[in-house]
Ligand binder design. Structure first.
Ligand code: 13P
Ligand code: ZN
Length: 275
């Protein structure tokens, strides 16, 4: 089968376009990665080129040894993915030590995988470990309202989680474990990848101050839905703060506890402090 006829490639392309349509991917902003299933890569093997050169990932991900990933290209525009997928995205394989990658498909006019490859692969590695292999998607987007909040809220997990939970009743059900916050750092390297993947051990969402968001999930729907929910909550918070410096009423800690019981989720008490 051709890569572009596969369901996973079509789901990936659709998600890139959905993110573009939301306005989260100006120019080449944002990147997406998917850890391909064994049966999916077997189906498209005839369409892959296995003689590419091995290149350094820039970090080490031994748990992902020999696995294949669909990722966006560095400097490529989400806007163009649906029109020219073979120019914009690529399939890579990680080597037996988890230190190098090679391009097996795509980026037909040259280029390399996203500059955030260390963050994507380290997050995918952590998520593979802590979810017994269920999570396969990592998504980075330049979500406008989340970024705006990183200029006015203290950069603390507890504050971002609680403030965003309060903005929509569905939030604590969609991201019950909460949200991690990374202070401003230089993007594109190992340091920010290490910091983000540490947060991904306990959260599905990490915010990069003055930059954007990382979300992870089992599949494209769940991961896009997660980031969409967080950004929508951030938009409501931006509107609320713009209207008034103080909320007149909100969802209170005991109401969150009640919601958690009825919806069968566990909400860490550290987010339910009294203000
Ligand atoms: P890439 O074009 O290398 O994916 O970088 C975009 C980006 O958002 C960096 O954080
Ligand atoms: Zn970015």
């Amino acid at each position: 089968m051709k890569v572009l006829d596969s369901k996973f490639a079509q789901g990936f392309i659709r998600m890139c376009n959905d993110g573009w349509e939301q306005g989260w991917h100006e120019r080449n902003g944002g990147n997406l990665s998917y850890r391909i299933k064994e049966e999916e890569i077997a189906e498209v093997m005839d369409d892959l080129k296995m003689d590419g050169a091995w290149k350094e990932i820039g970090t080490s991900v031994p748990t992902l040894a020999n696995e294949y990933f669909l990722v966006t290209g560095s400097g490529k525009y989400f806007r163009n993915v649906i029109l020219e997928p073979e120019d914009s995205i690529c399939i890579i394989q990680v080597d037996a030590k988890g230190e190098k990658y090679k391009i097996c498909w795509g980026l037909k006019n040259g280029g390399r995988p996203t500059s955030e490859l260390p963050s994507h692969l380290m997050n995918l590695e952590v998520k593979k470990k802590v979810t017994d292999g269920r999570y396969r998607v990592v998504y980075h987007a330049h979500t406008t309202n989340v970024i705006a909040l990183t200029f006015v809220l203290p950069l603390k997990d507890e504050i971002f989680t609680r403030e965003l939970w309060e903005m929509a009743t569905e939030c604590p059900v969609v991201f019950p474990d909460g949200i991690g916050v990374v202070p401003w750092m230089v993007p594109g390297g190992r340091d920010i990848a290490v910091k983000t993947s540490k947060l991904m051990e306990k959260y599905d969402v990490a915010i990069w101050a003055h930059h954007g968001i990382f979300g992870s999930g089992e599949d494209f729907d769940l991961t896009f839905g997660l980031v969409h929910t967080v950004e929508k909550a951030a938009e409501i918070l931006v509107k609320t703060m713009s209207m008034s410096p103080k909320k007149l009423q909100t969802i209170e800690p005991d109401e969150f506890r009640h919601l958690a019981k009825d919806f069968g989720v566990t909400l860490p008490e550290k987010f339910l402090y009294n203000k």
